[in-house]
Design a binder for this molecule. Sequence first.
Ligand SMILES: [Zn+2]
Length: 469
Amino acid sequence: MLRSLASVTLIAAASAGCLFAAQPPGRQPADWIVEARYVITMDATHRVFENGAVALRGERIVGVGTQSDIERQFTAEHLLKKPRSLLMPGLIDTHTHAAMSLFRAIADDRRLNDWLTNFIFPAESRNVDKDFVHWGTSLACLEMALAGTTTYTDMYYFEDEVAATTKAAGLRGVLGQTVIGFPAPDYKTWQEAVRGAARYIDTFAHDSLIVPAVAPHAIYTTPDEALVAAHKLALQQNVPLLIHLSETIKEREDTLAQRHISPTQVLEQLGVLDGRVVAAHSISMSDDDLVLLKKHGTGVAHCPSSNMKMAAGVAPVTKMLKMGIAVGLGTDGFAGSNDSADLILEMNLAAKLQKVATMDPQSLPAEQVVEMATMGGARVLGLEKEIGSLEPGKRADLIGISLEHPNAVPLYHLYSQIAYATKAPDVEDVFVNGKQIVIGRRMVTLDKDEIYRQAERYKIQIEKSLAGR
Ligand SMILES: [Zn+2]
């Protein structure tokens, strides 16, 4: 009896690929070894390994180096060989509104005020519920993962549903429950929204993929009392506070006229800049405003596509980076302000926008903009110890980019290749938290056909809802 039990155990161990049983002496176990032509680490010295490899165990990276070093140190259950790809940290989107993917292109080429009050707010009040948020977020997660985004930052409604959907997709999210000064699809008052945010934060407080956050919309839509209450909650729970700041010249001019101080000074006087704050846009900023951001360690989500499409202006990113302010990249919402979740495109545009704004081609060079999309984003979100680079101990969030394209041959300079020549469809493989969620350009955690069906159903519903506008 004892003998047969023992043999069953051995077979089970062998079929599960037990690493300890067959492990050569001196080698550590890993779940994955991923090998590529180049491994771009984005660590403190920006090391790059030619014929490099990354070893993953559980949710973490356990080794990074040359293929021969990693093979000497680790034995793995799965080996992924990508001799014509480069591996790099997963991209980090520091500002978007994922579920708005279902509103893509319903109203373009308009001023922010017109777009918000005449299209987006009515469309949201007539259509947004939990089901809408589920399918909109699913569609966005599909697009983001296929474009190499492994962490994204969201400001929307029904954020508990956004979080559940994001977890099911296998993506990492810093997800902020909106607090706004008028009746929203999920909460009728800002007081209810703050209470709802508290419950949501409790639910996801210790999640390995979700960082819950609170997201007062902006100073011109959210009363001061609500800003202060949202901030108090963020401090109590030690979670990020996400907010739109100085997105337009109008926001700045109106605030100066009404309060005789800038939007950034309003936040400072209310005490809202203390803690983990992510300020999206930050376009219309004086030098004094930038000093305040630096003083409080506020991170900036720079959204070049959105800022250009809305003719909102150019954020002083070159100046911010010189001052040591943390700056990451954001795509912003899919409807009106941007029409895709493509951070590779945002790198390209961010670099070019700074060059044309400063009339200096040396502004925001390729390597620095790749840093913004990875470690820069991690710093903005306060997650620099967890994500943003390929280093042992960090979360296993990495992407493989194919180099088998006309736009990758010949290859002289890796950072220029990524920032200026790579396209989102070149992303082939995506790992988040040690799990491969995109295999050969196919997302394995979501049912794409069902998502497309639901998106078509929503198109009909949304068009009907706006017909009698
Ligand atoms: Zn936004």
